[in-house]
Design a protein around this ligand. Structure first.
Ligand code: AFP
Length: 332
């Protein structure tokens, strides 16, 4: 199916489910439209006066960039009027976002991080948008926060769009992982990376080494072994990368394998991890598992975590299966 557009691909998939009415296909098309608009805003950068700080903080206590605010608005505006969404939850908003009464509501809940890796934006490095789609409980007209608190295994779709040298959207609906490159000339995402698969073994790891002294022993042991390479217990030398944008780390792992870790650390004892379960860990874990990789906190499969709040943070270790399993074993 090489050379087909995202919408052609989605309609082809929809036809495999004879009872499908097309709402889900249209929702994904709306998300693609939001990502095209975000791609445009990111790539216009300083020309549109989009760089720098917004002068505000989000619910996580993080200083917002102008583009955090702009992209959040783009995503909400692209989805709220369509009739396919019951409610939204954004990394940038304290509370869930209800659909204005002027618009019809759909049956899906959408969680999203409009601009992952936003500290990269002023450096002209890769950033992205991450999204996760859940079903609203049957018969619920106005979803509550609790309706969003579903384990990652309940996701019907997860994806991300990376704004790098090319704009690429990666998607799973639970039937493998596919990548689509935005063709700016025709304004369409085109299937360029069908059936992405992660090799089970790797010699590349990604972790913020500046946190080393705060890690727990299993992660310390694993990274020490990688650094020692053939001179330690491992039979190969390892390479390291850190891009500070999860979208870019996960895209690299989907392309050539690897392992990404933002593990539990004691830097801020009040936090269970750095990355957000609903907006980062769950969608990325769904994608990674669908591509043949694995994802864990070190102690638990991420997709099995029952969420306690929409802004919950968790430790994340994901990527090539055999390496993730090795670290999980070290935790045992
Ligand atoms: P933002 O979305 O707030 O920029 O955070 C990005 C991120 O959550 C994730 O994408 C990176 O892997 C990680 O933070 C980078 O963290 P460091 O600041 O420790 O490098």
């Amino acid at each position: 199916m090489n050379g087909v557009s995202l919408i052609q691909f989605l309609i082809h998939e929809q036809r495999k489910t004879p009872l499908a009415k097309g709402g889900f296909t249209l929702l994904l098309n709306d998300i693609a439209s939001a990502c095209k608009a975000i791609s445009h805003a990111v790539h216009r950068g300083a020309l549109a006066g989009n760089l720098g700080l917004a002068g505000s903080e989000n619910i996580q206590g993080e200083v917002q960039k102008q583009l955090d605010v702009i992209t959040n608005q783009i995503f909400i505006k692209a989805l709220e009027w369509t009739g396919h969404v019951a409610a939204l939850a954004s990394e940038e908003n304290d509370e869930i976002i209800q659909i204005p009464s002027a618009y019809p509501k759909g049956k899906y809940l959408v969680c999203f991080d409009p601009l992952d890796g936003s500290s990269n934006v002023d450096l002209n490095m890769s950033v992205g948008t991450i999204f996760s789609i859940l079903r609203a409980p049957e018969g619920v007209a106005t979803p509550s926060t609790e309706d969003f608190l579903q384990a990652g295994v309940n996701q019907v779709c997860a994806g991300f769009c990376i704004y790098g040298p090319s704009t690429i959207m990666v998607l799973t609906t639970g039937n493998g992982v596919n990548g689509f490159t935005l063709d700016g000339d025709i304004g369409e995402f085109i299937l360029t990376h069908p059936n992405l698969r992660i090799p089970p073994d790797t010699a590349e790891f990604a972790i913020n080494m500046s946190n080393q002294r705060f890690w727990e022993e299993p992660v310390r042991r694993y990274v020490n072994e990688c650094v020692k390479g053939v001179d330690g217990g491992r039979e190969k030398n390892f390479n390291m990368r850190w891009i500070a944008a999860m979208v870019a780390e996960v895209y690299r792992i989907l392309t050539r394998g690897g392992i990404f870790m933002y593990p539990y650390d004691t830097k801020d004892p009040g936090k269970e991890g750095k990355l957000r379960l609903m907006y980062e860990a769950n969608p990325m874990s769904f994608i990674i598992e669908q591509a043949g990789g694995a994802s864990s906190t070190g102690r638990q499969r991420i997709l099995h975590i029952p969420p306690k709040s929409i802004h919950q943070r968790v430790p994340v270790i994901l990527g090539s299966k055999n390496e993730v399993e090795r670290i999980v074993n070290y935790h045992r």
